[in-house]
Ligand binder design. Structure first.
Ligand code: ADP
Ligand code: MG
Length: 252
């Protein structure tokens, strides 16, 4: 479905991606994980055609993305950028239906799809007329997901879609998102820096460091068969200090 082939990308001489080969199979969730600055968002921007590789190619459904096919390919992708990226001056309704209206969808079709997505993403219909700043962080993420799903894309690119949410809302949305991905059978590439979230979502996990893939495989592969000392260090750091309550602890 989506394949990165021998990708290099530098910014001002600094390598952001260094010979990346990566396959994101259809109807599966591939989770990109790794420390800040390792190149996760750059990989999604390449897939969405916002930036071009210095070398190598991104293939979507077997065809290398380029000027000729980018727009058509882009319409088959839903993309949620880091921080959601809703336009603050547009209502939720206008944000979600923006591209469909540009494509000339009739009003009734836009509205029907909007209501279908509100049900799917469990966003109360009464909020559709509000502006992004007038709804909660969790509701904004639901709206951003609705916008990404509007054209029923084959591929979803989600850049830390739950990054800024408080833990309880985050867990609730994680479960709902996973159900949505499975129900719709979507191909998903999801970025997170949270190992617990990666394990929860990922059929396949791809751990990056400094623009290179250190290890890819199942959660069990990364946790039990780390391919590199950095993988173990990353896992250990994310597990954090273990809570241990001694008998009598907490009593006054
Ligand atoms: P991540 O999403 O994993 O935190 P990014 O893909 O955003 O990392 O960035 C990878 C590297 O490329 C970082 O070192 C970052 O500073 C650099 N980078 C990303 N975008 C730009 C840009 N537009 N200009 C210069 N450097 C950039
Ligand atoms: Mg990022």
């Amino acid at each position: 479905m989506l394949r990165y082939h021998a990708i290099n990308k530098s910014y001002d001489g600094a390598k952001a991606l260094d010979r990346i080969d990566l396959d994101c199979p259809a109807a599966r969730t591939t989770v990109l994980i790794g420390p800040s600055g390792c190149g996760k968002s750059t990989l999604l921007r390449l897939a969405a055609g916002l930036i071009r590789p210095d070398a190598g190619e991104v293939r979507f459904e077997g065809a290398a993305l380029g000027p000729d096919n980018l727009r058509a390919a882009r319409l088959r992708m839903g993309y949620v950028i880091q921080e959601g990226g809703l336009f603050p001056h547009l209502t939720v309704r206008a944000n979600v239906t923006l591209v469909a209206r540009e494509l000339g969808w009739p009003r009734a079709r836009c509205e029907a799809r909007l209501l279908e997505l509100a049900t799917l993403a469990r966003l109360p219909v009464g909020l559709l007329g509000r502006y992004p700043l007038e709804i909660s962080g969790g509701q904004r993420q639901r709206a951003a997901l609705m916008r990404a799903l509007m054209l029923d894309p084959d591929l979803l690119l989600l850049d830390e879609p739950l990054g800024s949410l408080d833990p309880m809302i985050r867990v609730e949305l994680q479960e709902e998102l996973k159900t949505i991905f499975e129900r719709l059978g979507k191909t998903v590439v999801l970025v997170t820096h949270d190992l617990g979230e990666a394990v929860f979502f990922g059929h396949r996990l791809v751990l990056l460091r400094a623009g290179r893939v250190l290890q890819q495989g199942s959660a069990a592969d990364l946790l039990e068969r780390p391919a590199d000392p950095f993988v173990s260090a990353f896992v250990r750091a994310q597990r954090g200090p273990q809570w241990r309550l001694e008998p009598g602890a907490g009593t006054i």
